[in-house]
Design a protein around this ligand. Structure first.
Ligand SMILES: Nc1ncnc2c1ncn2[C@@H]1O[C@H](COP(=O)(O)OP(=O)(O)OP(=O)(O)O)[C@@H](O)[C@H]1O
Ligand SMILES: [Mg+2]
Length: 343
């Protein structure tokens, strides 16, 4: 394994041998070429609404993504909410699961915490008893959109964070998500910054793991450990795949950030997702106001919203590719592109 070194402040002698010098260039496939021709001819191109239509582990086509890092404060909640915002903005039925006992995402989407009269049983109640009735009772609408339902977090969720849980406990979240009625198109799970039962149960339930980091030394080592954890979980959960690493709060022209970004690309190659997210006040403003980034009226918010659109595209595309594999690999119904996408 590569050793991650502190960056020399005065001399940056780290030469990332395989780091690409610019954004990765890809040979466009037939669809992209057709899209480019249509754009050039002024013909409207169908927006990439991208239904994740081939995951049928939940009896319907649901794509489940877990957003995690083993380091606190790097932007898990921000990335989860940015993806939620992008999904509802393009008309996707979405469920947000707040697994973090800090309940930051529950607060931001303006839903009362679980374990209260207004908040219902919350995610902790669902993990106690993942029956259909409890799940239905726990789901809360959000003022963000009619398309968004939330399994709210609560401080109480912490009691489900055993350091060494058995398979039965780890399976409970997946069991609960199978009971979502009606099934959404997308489930996004905001994880706490640890690798206890909560994060592991999200990996157990997820098709894709989205890792988040900042371009700093400690965050890079956190990603390495998180990726190892995903790989470990993958040995028993074959459907789980790491989507990649979102690098957040990047400040161009800050030499430490440039150094760490090069290091990340050198270490993790194509797993570093594009675009990276810049440090923008608009993100904090939108979160502070409890507003989706797509609705925050500023140039910075518009820029970041576009980036979340691209990251969501990437997630949904991976769903389609993975599905082709899963159709034969999971021994499931082999429905291919059926399910919700065909409705
Ligand atoms: N790209 C960004 N630009 C500006 N501020 C950001 C950005 N990303 C995150 N922040 C801010 O950084 C703080 C921490 O972000 P966030 O809560 O998303 O991290 P987290 O990983 O979920 O933290 P925790 O581990 O505590 O759950 C928040 O105040 C958030 O608004
Ligand atoms: Mg958080």
């Amino acid at each position: 394994m590569r050793v991650i070194r502190p960056s020399p402040s005065a001399r940056h002698d780290f030469v990332p041998g395989t780091a690409p010098s610019g954004p990765a260039t890809r040979v466009p496939g037939p669809r992209q070429r057709i899209g480019a021709c249509r754009r050039a001819a002024g013909i409207p191109v169908r927006p990439a609404r991208c239904r994740p239509y081939t995951f049928d582990r939940y009896g319907d086509a649901v794509l489940v993504a877990s957003v995690l890092s083993l380091k606190g404060g790097v932007g898990k909640t921000t990335v989860t909410l940015g993806l939620v915002s992008a999904a509802i903005h393009r008309g996707m039925s979405t469920v947000l699961v707040d697994l973090d006992p800090q309940t930051n995402s529950t607060l931001t989407v303006d839903v009362p915490p679980g374990g209260t009269a207004a908040g219902g049983p919350g995610v902790a109640g669902v993990l106690d008893d993942p029956r259909r009735g409890v799940v239905a009772d726990a789901l809360r609408p959000s003022p963000w959109s009619d398309l968004l339902r939330v399994l709210p977090g609560s401080e109480d969720t912490e009691r489900h964070n055993h350091p060494d849980p058995g398979a039965k406990k780890l399976a409970r979240l997946q069991t609960a998500l199978e009971k979502l009625d009606p099934a959404p198109e997308l489930v996004l799970i905001d994880c706490p910054p640890s690798l206890g039962q909560l994060t592991r149960s999200s990996l157990w339930a997820a098709d894709r793991a989205v890792l988040v980091t900042e371009p700093s030394l400690y965050a890079v080592t956190g990603v390495q450990r998180a990726l190892e954890a995903v790989q470990q979980e993958r040995t028993s959960r074959g459907h789980l795949q790491p989507l990649g690493v979102v690098v957040n709060r990047v400040r161009p022209r800050v030499s430490e950030h440039e150094f760490r970004l090069a290091e990340l690309r050198d270490l993790f190659g194509p797993l570093i997702l594009s675009p990276t997210l810049p440090d923008r006040t608009a993100i904090q403003q939108a979160e502070g106001a409890g507003t989706p980034i797509h609705k925050w009226p500023s140039a910075g918010a518009k820029e970041v919203a576009g980036m979340f659109d691209q990251l969501l595209d990437r997630l949904l595309r991976s769903g389609r590719t993975g599905a082709a594999r899963s159709g034969s690999g999971r021994g499931g119904s082999g429905r291919g592109g059926s399910g919700r996408g065909s409705r």
